[in-house]
Design a protein around this ligand. Structure first.
Ligand code: 0JX
Ligand code: SF4
Length: 416
């Protein structure tokens, strides 16, 4: 098949259809699809019929049936109409992709599944707020910034009528706007008030707690050291609580160089999604410099961030490779990748199964799998399903904590 623009499409098999037996499902289709898409080949999905012995046709069929440890699993790509425009290029790419995946398929693997992983209570609440606002008020419901830093979550809500905007000036007067889980500065709240917007606040209560601390520490006359990453929305929101009294510190080196008006009056706060060990290092430097340093009663790094890091630490060393489901602007997800790498295990951030590269699995018999707090659990299931399509797979979950946290919804959306 030639798609508009002249390139020949590759048909990735969801199922292989032999002429003399039952159809063979292809759970790894997303993996082949992702590789072909990255290679710039247009992809279609559907059944691929296996040519019988001696068959000759216009298309090229690349296929293998693997022993899946009980059930068989297929891998297949068909370059339809191999004589069409761009067909040679598509066939070359299809052969390269097929053989790369074929090479890492057919060996038994285990997945070490970290628990807890995936959605936290603040993310579940934020998504439910947008869903309920859409149910109650209809589309459009405006959302300032990404409700959570996940491509799939944002795409799903957009499909259901949410309109994501970067700033409030893109929201028409009087309309409903949801503030994201990461929080906003007082200046943003004031602007929403001035513009008569109907605000529903999806800021995670654990982020709000940090804002409250920022105001409290600043009002007692302290310099507030905010440990976090510059430019992150949560950090911008927290900085905005007491901008003239707050300084951002991102590294131990910055902490070591920090000059403050009164070294006896210094407090610290942190972004909620930092690496626990790296943050402790910065706090240690600050405490050595400012022995009277005061901080939050308990750490500002939230329970979900801490639990996901602990869970991954428990499996990282035993894994040959780690996959972290999450988007690349998700701070807590990126911290998980870095944590695995600090444990000596190569780690990769993926939005879903289509991002997995065959070379990551070469020689990897144990694959550690986790997901950041904004990544839907269904994407983790999709990764496991795709890996199952490469051969026999055992999945073992290691649970290091059980999460029972639940946050109530804000008043405007509490009743359905
Ligand atoms: O980039 P973050 O990790 O702060 O946010 P993400 O990925 O949306 O995770 C959930 C929201 C966290 C807020 O603290
Ligand atoms: Fe709240 Fe923590 Fe989830 Fe952020 S990661 S939304 S602070 S529970």
């Amino acid at each position: 098949m030639t798609v508009p623009g002249g390139a020949t499409a590759a048909l990735v098999a969801d199922v292989l259809v032999p002429d003399d037996g039952p159809p063979v499902p292809c759970p790894a289709a997303d993996l082949l699809d992702g590789s072909l898409t990255r290679a710039g080949v247009p992809v279609r999905r559907g059944p691929v019929t296996l040519p019988g012995p001696g068959a000759a046709g216009a298309g090229a069929v690349l296929a293998a049936v693997l022993d899946g440890g009980g059930a068989s699993a297929g891998l297949g790509i068909e370059v339809e109409d191999a004589s069409g425009g761009g067909a040679a290029r598509t066939e070359e790419a299809a052969r390269a992709v097929f053989s790369a995946w074929r090479e890492v398929a057919g060996v038994p693997r285990q997945v070490l599944l970290a628990a807890p992983r995936s959605f936290c209570a603040g993310v579940e609440r934020a998504i439910e707020i947008v869903e309920r606002a859409l149910e109650q008020r209809g589309s459009p419901v405006y959302v300032r910034k990404q409700i959570v830093h996940n491509t799939r979550v944002v795409a799903d809500l957009r499909e259901r009528g949410a309109v994501f905007v970067d700033e409030l000036d893109a929201v028409p007067e009087g309309e409903t706007v949801v503030f994201s889980a990461h929080g906003v500065s007082p200046a943003v709240r004031e602007e929403a008030g001035r513009r008569g917007l109907d605000v529903i606040d999806a800021t995670c209560p654990l982020v709000t707690k940090v804002h409250n601390e920022a105001r409290r520490f600043a009002s007692r006359g302290d310099t507030v050291v905010l440990i976090g990453h510059g430019g992150h929305e949560e950090v911008e929101g927290t900085l905005g609580e007491a901008p003239s009294r707050t300084v951002l510190v991102q590294t131990p080196e910055e902490a070591a160089r920090l000059e403050v008006p009164d070294p006896g009056r210094v407090s610290y706060l942190t972004q909620t999604t930092l690496a626990v060990d790296e943050t402790a290092e910065i706090v240690d430097v600050l405490r050595a410099r400012f022995p009277e340093l005061r901080g939050p009663a308990s750490d500002d790094i939230c329970y979900a961030t801490t639990n996901r890091q602990d869970a991954l630490a428990a499996i990282a060393a035993e894994s040959d490779a780690v996959l972290v489901v999450g988007s690349d602007n998700s701070s807590n997800s990126v911290r998980l990748v870095e944590l695995a790498e600090r444990n000596g295990t190569p780690a990769h951030l993926i939005d879903g199964p289509g991002d997995i590269r065959p070379e990551w699995l070469a020689g990897a018999r144990s694959v550690g799998l986790t997901a950041g707090a904004s990544a839907p659990p269904a994407l983790v299931d999709a990764v496991v399903a795709a890996l199952r399509g490469l051969g026999p797979l055992t999945v073992t979950e290691y649970e290091t904590a059980r999460e029972t946290v639940h946050f109530t919804l804000p008043t405007p959306v509490r009743r359905r």
